[in-house]
Write a protein that binds this ligand. Structure first.
Ligand code: NAP
Length: 309
């Protein structure tokens, strides 16, 4: 019997219990799945960083911590966590993020806000360029960034992607490193942030890098709040360097009611809904990793603690 404790936030248990049981049965795993297994008897922990569980020391025989979130910045530095940590990569997350990115890119590309706001009699023939003449840059070419950029390239956008290591993705201009960042941002009209929150990525959009963008550029941030220097963004919005920012993630969440982003006419706030882990698809990834762990195979989507993602 494999002992699996569900230790994500307690509010998630009713959503995950049945999909997990179904996935374990499908993968032929004989498991005891509960929320209250004594720590010393636990083989795997299904986890999320907002869990009450923060001390992993008593989980002496635990083979892996399986995170339900893609982002791990709130857990990766936990010194008591010595077990392998896998993050969530699944179809639902990728598809949800791709849809959010496509929708908001098209909103800016087609200037949909202009047409929503126009008055009767306003017959200004504002024709948007074709997608091939729209420069879109995506920072982060991981699981989510690669899926979103591939979809954007499929719609014909002039897409540049940027990552830490060199990549080759068909249909994309792939850049990396510090010089690559300057090149990727220079003249960009729509910028999408799909980087993890690590010491190396914080404030990557700041006064200096925002100044590289095409004038009036749109920023989409479904990555993490600390990727943006908020003061610099507000200044760039005020002086017209940035035309609009659509922000899904923030340094403090929920975004405080008095934060200037809420009332700002050039900012759209979405409440961290760009992409949610979906229990049905995520449960299969959890089951697959337990199957691998039990078969002595390497786990999927292991976090590199030294890089922080
Ligand atoms: P991932 O597969 O780990 O990809 C991360 C990407 O960022 C990789 O391409 C990586 O480069 C790049 N990167 C990391 N550090 C870098 C650096 N210092 N310089 C340049 N590039 C760097 O992550 P993912 O699954 O795509 O998820 C990305 C992020 O999306 C998550 O960390 C999370 O914060 C966010 N997210 C948000 C939501 C939401 O609802 N808003 C939902 C899910 C995830 P390499 O490829 O070279 O390693």
């Amino acid at each position: 019997m494999i002992n699996v404790v569900f230790a994500a936030h307690p509010s998630r248990w009713p959503l995950y219990e049945q999909p997990l049981r179904t996935a374990f049965a499908k993968f032929g795993l004989k498991t005891q799945l509960r929320t209250d297994i004594p720590p010393a008897e636990v083989d795997y922990i299904i986890y999320a960083p907002n869990s009450p569980l923060q001390d992993f020391t008593p989980y002496t025989r635990c083979k892996a911590v399986l995170n339900l979130w893609a982002g791990v910045e709130a857990i990766v530095g936990n010194q008591t966590l010595t077990q392998p940590l896998a993050r969530m990569v699944d179809f639902g997350l990728k598809q949800g993020m791709t849809e959010w990115v496509l929708g908001h890119v098209l909103r800016h590309h087609l200037d949909i806000d202009y047409f929503l706001a126009r008055q009767s009699g306003d017959w200004l023939p504002k024709v948007p360029p074709l997608s091939r003449d729209r420069k879109v840059t995506v920072l982060g070419l991981g699981e989510l960034g690669a899926a979103a950029t591939t979809a954007l390239a499929g719609l014909g956008f002039d897409v540049t992607g940027w990552s830490r290591s060199a990549k080759a993705i068909p249909g994309l201009r792939c850049l990396h490193g510090a010089d690559g960042l300057t090149q990727a941002l220079s003249g960009a009209e729509i910028v999408v942030l799909l980087l993890p929150n690590t010491p190396a990525t914080q404030n990557i959009l700041n006064g200096e890098t925002l100044a590289l963008l095409g004038r009036g550029a749109a920023i989409l941030n479904p990555g993490r709040g600390p990727l943006i220097d908020d003061e610099a963004l507000l200044k760039a919005l005020a002086d017209g360097q940035v035309g609009h920012a659509t922000l899904d993630v923030f340094r403090t969440e929920p975004l405080p009611a008095d934060h200037p982003y809420w009332a700002h006419p050039q900012v759209t706030v979405t409440p961290h809904i760009a992409s949610e882990t979906r229990p049905e698809t995520a449960s299969e990834v959890i089951a697959e990793n337990i199957r691998r762990g039990e078969s002595g195979l390497p786990l999927l989507y292991l976090v590199d603690r030294s890089l922080g993602y």
